[in-house]
Design a protein around this ligand. Sequence first.
Ligand code: GUN
Length: 323
Amino acid sequence: MTAENPAQNAETTMILDGKAVASQIHSDLARGVQQLIAEGGRQPKLVAVLVGDNPASAAYVGSKARTCAKVGMAGETLRLSSDLTQESLESEIRRLNGDPEVDGILVQLPLPKHIDERRILELVAPEKDVDGFHPVNVGRLWTGEDCLAPATPSGIVEMLRRCDIPMAGRHAVIVGRSNIVGKPMAGLLLRESCTVTICHSRTRDLPAVCRNADILVAAVGRTAMVDASYVAEGAVVIDVGMNRVDDQDTVQRLYPDHEKRAALFAKKGYILTGDVDYHRVFDRASAITPVPGGVGPLTVAMVVANTLRASLRNQSRDIEIDL
Ligand code: GUN
């Protein structure tokens, strides 16, 4: 783990290294797949549906396919043109639902404007819904039943668990109420016996509410919005943001004297930043996730983990994986 904070306060602030945790998860998944195959099972398979050519979506889907390959699973991308009709996308989903070789289906979002996203997500068979977006999985998450849960919040819980950060009895404050992160994060942390508060753009005195957090999860999509005034001394800070910053003044302000970021900005014309003002929050936090290299790698690992879990269930195999 390397601190990029000039204060080098690594003795008191733990940097939560998502890449290292993802790599542990990959090893656990690879072991599970090996055991499944050794016991005569079928290789698990994930199909990611990519509609159109959004470069960010293509990059996410590519990393999911690569991670599948890394752990010994089949990862396919079904590339479809952005002008396809609702009916033809629905018929592709029905085909994947009916294919016994396919364990996991992931429809990469966002979909083109003319497609009814909700109808598509509701069509994915709940037992293959590795994103955990189907209402059946959403309901099961909140009733405490076994379910496929969304990957980003699942990855955060897994990281806290593997980094020995206690959750039971802690006050978790989540900033952001999206269906993909904020809401399922609340459900999963409640399962871990946290006391949970969800905040959003209409929350009164947001910094004061956030200062009550033992665990603060920022998932708003606004560069460096969470500054030191949001963070209590000793809080655990989880940054889900992944924002593109393309103006030099902001890069300078957020990362003064940070040569690596400056060089990256000079080369690419932008850098990726989180929702947390990392350098100004670092000294107050007991643990913090960097961006990139924090939550991001875990999202991918957990989609693949969900595919293995779906496959074990679909094949009625009782293999223990530590996830
Ligand atoms: N687009 C942004 N985040 C996600 C995600 O978690 N799953 C899918 N399918 N699409 C996304």
